[in-house]
Each structure stands twice: as structure tokens, then as C-alpha cells.
Design a protein around this ligand. Structure first.
Ligand code: ZN
Length: 58
């Protein structure tokens, strides 16, 4: 049985990286917490690659 909705008493899950309350945590290689939906952003891989090859670092 899946638990839908945590009981009130249970503490809200927080991201170990940024500390924000979050629903999802992303795991680097499935193990190490890399962040949550609050502190991680998805980027277009093509754009990112172009930026890397251009040597333009933010
Ligand atoms: Zn986070």
C-alpha cells in the first residue's frame, strides 16, 4: 500500500542541498542527493554544450 499524503506530525521533507521544502529530490547517479526541484534546473543540452565549447562561462 502506498501512503498518499504524509501525516501532519511528520516533518516536511527538505532538500539536503538547499534546505527548501520540496516534493522531489534528485539523486546523482541514483545515490547522492544533487538537489531538488527548487535548486536544480533543467537545461537544454545543446545550448549548454555550445556554451561549454565557446568557453563562455556564465
Ligand atoms: Zn534543493
Amino acid at each position: 500500500m502506498e501512503r498518499l499524503g504524509a501525516p501532519r506530525a511528520e516533518q516536511e521533507p527538505r532538500c539536503p542541498v538547499c534546505g527548501a521544502a520540496c516534493e522531489w529530490i534528485y539523486l546523482y547517479r541514483g545515490y547522492d542527493p544533487a538537489g531538488c526541484e527548487e535548486c536544480l534546473k533543467r537545461a537544454d543540452a545543446w545550448q549548454w554544450q555550445r556554451r561549454e565549447t565557446c568557453g563562455e562561462n556564465r
